[in-house]
Structures are given as C-alpha cells and as structure tokens.
Design a protein around this ligand. Structure first.
Ligand code: UGA
Length: 423
C-alpha cells in the first residue's frame, strides 16, 4: 500500500518505519527540515530502541521524509500523527491537527482515487468527525464518498514503541464507513492481533479510557503504597499477591514517584475537562491526578525527615527521564522534585544515562554529573527518580556519599540501606 504519515515525531516515525518494514511504500511529511534531513540520513531524531536499524533497511528503498504534502494525492491512506499538546487549562490543543487536515484536503483537491484519512493523534471524542472531516472535505472541495475517515489510536510506550507496534494487544479502528475501516484493517494485515471495529468517537474514547485506566492503576498503587509505608508493609509484596488475580492483573501496579511523560498527565487532564464540560464531576480522575501531584512532595518530605534541613546540602538526583529507556523528560517526576529541592536551598547534582541534555533546558544551573558515582561523591543524600535497569547495579558508588541516605522513588535499587517512597 502507499501510505503518507503526517508528523515525524515518535508516533509518526515509529508508525512510518514499521509500515515500511512491513513492505508498504511510506512517506513521512515532516515540516522540521532538520528532522526530515536526519530521517533521510537514517538517523532517528529521537532515541527509540530498534528504530535506527529499521530506518537503515527502509530509507532509500520504501521510506522517505518530505516537507511537502504531495505524496498524499497518490497514497491510499494518510495517517495524522501530529502533536495534541495541552492548553494552559489542560484541554487538548488541536491547532496542529486542524492545519494538517487543511493541508491534506488541499493536496486532495486534484483528481485522486478513494483516499482514507486516519487520525492517530490522541484527540477528544468527536474530533475526527467534527473537526478533521469538515476541514479536509472543505479544503479538498470533495464529498464524503471520495474520502473516508478513520480513527486508529496508538498504544505505543516510549522506549518500547517498535515492540508494541509489531506485537499489539489489539488494533482499534473507528471509521466513518465500513469501506474506510476495511482499508485501514488492510494496512495492518501483517500484524497478528484482534481488531476492534468501532465508531470514530468510540475509538477516540478507547484511547483516553485506556490511558486514564492505566494512570488510575498507578495512582491506586501509590495510594495503597503510602498506606503500606505508614503501616510498615512492603507494597511490592502486597501487589504481587494482588496482581496475580487475573481480574486485576499485575502490570502497572508499580508504586513510586508517580507517572510522567507526554501522555498520562495530559490525557487524564484532558478527559477531566471533557467530563466537566459534559456536566459530569470526574471524581476518580481528579483523585488520580491529585495523588500523582503529591508523590514527588512525599519523596522530598521523606528526605527531610531523614536528612533534616536540606538548605546548603548536596543532594544527588539519579534519573531525570520520565522512565527508563528514553531521553524524554516531559512531565518527569524529577522536575517537581528538583524544583522543590532548589526552592529549599539544596545543591542538586544530577545524573541520567541519557536525559541530562534535555533536563538542562529546564534547569540550566544545577550540576550534571557524568556518572552516578560523580553525582554521589560528597552527597548528603540521594534520591532515585527513574527506573533505569543499570541503577540496580549501583552499590559501592554510594560509599562516596557523606552519609548513606538513599531514598528511591522507583523500585530499582538492590544495595543495602535504601529506603523506598512506599516501601
Ligand atoms: C503510555 C501508555 O503506556 C501507552 O500505551 C500509550 O500509547 C502512550 O502512553 C501514549 O498515549 O502515547 P508512555 O507514556 O510512553 O506510554 O509510558 P509508560 O510506560 O506507560 O509509563 C508512563 C509513566 O508511568 C512513567 O513515568 C512510568 O514510570 C510510570 N509508571 C508506569 C509507574 O509509575 N508505575 C507503573 O506500574 C507503570
């Protein structure tokens, strides 16, 4: 099939690369010249395990990045993978989606065969039908029969996105007509997975609901973890016993410093606002966000409890990325922690295997150490903020600290004398 992907961010690039790897002819429309150039040179502009080998195999063969929308006209399908960042009030900003829709419509003005426009970006229910569809059709001067519309949410975890794309739990396809949905299903025929066919708005809601439920599991585990901590119980022992109940499931019950990233905080906020606008009081969603906001402060409170006044003290922060296997720091739980430490006059020495340069844009004047050992040298206390597997091997490096006050916000250390936020 001929496929155009609009947006070469992590979702668009992974989707484009995996569709190309499955034998399709794929063009990624990316307006950032530098990013498009890197992709065409087989270099991934983001860190994503497994992505560059696929770019190496497909660029120059059946995958390319372009600045223009020209490929849309000759494609069977166009996937919209642009960002939908949060507005100041927490609602989703749909301006990139709207302008991409208009550009796709303009490209479809010329005579074309039947074309399907697929929204992959996470959008509030109703967006594909009420915003994308009219924007494309008006710009294209065409009627619904010539262009089909579909909504196909992504369930890709950063750091494991290729694996998730190639081995999906399910493929959700919402569509305006069965013909449009069939074409999207055809693009996925190489991937073994149940396919769920729905209306456009139900597909949009499935994405929000999935992320909100996963975020709820985490906040629930954190609340139970906070109770366990007070009672002197290890929440990881508890959740092992709880998660084996198949009705509950053991995944996403890892208590800790809370969820970060570009998806959960934004999507739960956006769903909360949607609910309020619909006249519903979203009590659970609000509690999910509240518990998440509170966890970083609990970590600093625990630190003060152990280390006393932290003003003037050197605090090592290990882990800056919002989770392991990525250099992404968006909404990382390390951000509120570092902010509070600085407000309280601490000197922060930070280390992350990958995310230092990105965090430097947010906190330019803290110390960025080249290794965990350097950050720990002379530190009065240490906080662990990211579940990097390599942190499980840190041991003698802690001997360089003034005092072994080691508090982890992720259940990752194996050394002696550590204390967990909820364990
Ligand atoms: C999440 C979803 O898992 C994907 O299915 C979805 O497609 C994606 O958002 C999206 O909407 O684009 P992602 O944000 O990449 O993926 O990362 P996750 O692995 O879900 O982790 C999110 C946060 O939750 C991290 O900060 C992680 O440390 C935290 N977490 C995760 C916990 O605190 N406990 C857990 O048990 C699991």
């Amino acid at each position: 099939m001929k496929i155009t992907i609009v947006g070469g961010g992590y979702v668009g690039l992974v989707t484009g690369a995996c569709f190309a790897d499955a034998g399709n002819e794929v063009t990624i429309v990316e307006s950032d010249t530098k990013k498009a150039g890197m992709i065409n040179e087989k270099t991934a502009p983001i860190y994503e395990p497994g992505l560059e080998p696929i770019l190496g195999k497909t660029i120059g063969k059946n995958l390319r990045a372009e600045l223009s929308y020209d490929s849309v006209r000759t494609s069977d399908l166009t996937f919209i993978c642009v960002g939908t960042p949060a507005n100041d009030d927490g609602s989703a900003n749909l301006s990139f989606l709207e302008s991409a829709s208009r550009s796709i419509g303009t490209a479809l003005q010329k005579p074309t065969g039947y074309h399907v426009v697929v929204v992959k970006s996470t959008v509030p229910p109703g967006t594909t039908g009420d915003l994308v569809r009219p924007a494309v059709l008006t710009a294209a001067h065409k009627k619904e029969n010539d262009i089909g519309f579909a909504m196909n949410p992504e369930f890709l975890r950063e750091g494991r996105a290729i694996e998730d794309f190639q081995n999906p739990d399910r493929i959700v396809i919402g569509s305006s007509s069965s013909m449009a949905g069939d074409r999207v299903a055809d693009a996925y025929r190489r991937f073994q997975s149940p396919v769920v066919r729905t209306s456009l708005a139900a597909a949009e809601m499935i994405k929000y609901t999935s992320n909100a439920f996963l975020a709820t599991k985490i906040s629930f585990a954190n609340e139970i973890g906070n109770i366990c901590k007070e009672l002197g119980i290890d929440v990881y022992e508890v959740m092992k016993g709880v998660g084996l109940d198949q009705r509950i499931g053991s995944k996403f019950l890892d208590a800790g410093a809370g969820f970060g990233g570009s998806c959960f905080p934004k999507d739960v906020s956006s769903l909360t606002i949607l609910a309020e606008r619909a006249g519903i009081d979203p009590q659970i969603l609000r509690a999910v966000l509240a518990v998440n906001e509170q966890q970083p402060h609990r970590l600093v409170a625990l630190l003060e409890n152990r280390a006393g006044q932290i003003s003037g003290k050197r605090i090592a922060v290990l882990g800056l990325a919002f989770k392991d296997n990525t250099d992404d720091v968006r909404d990382s739980r390390a951000i509120p922690v570092i902010r509070e430490l600085l407000e309280k006059g601490a000197r922060v020495a930070a280390f992350d295997p990958m995310a230092g340069p990105n965090m430097q844009k947010i906190f330019p004047s803290i110390e960025y150490a080249g290794s965990a050992a350097d950050a720990l040298l002379g530190a009065d206390a240490c906080l662990v903020m990211t579940e990097w597997p390599e942190f499980s091997r840190i041991n003698h490096e802690f001997d360089g600290m003034k005092k072994r006050i080691i508090i982890e916000g992720r259940h990752i250390l194996t050394c002696d004398g550590k204390e967990g936020i909820c364990w």
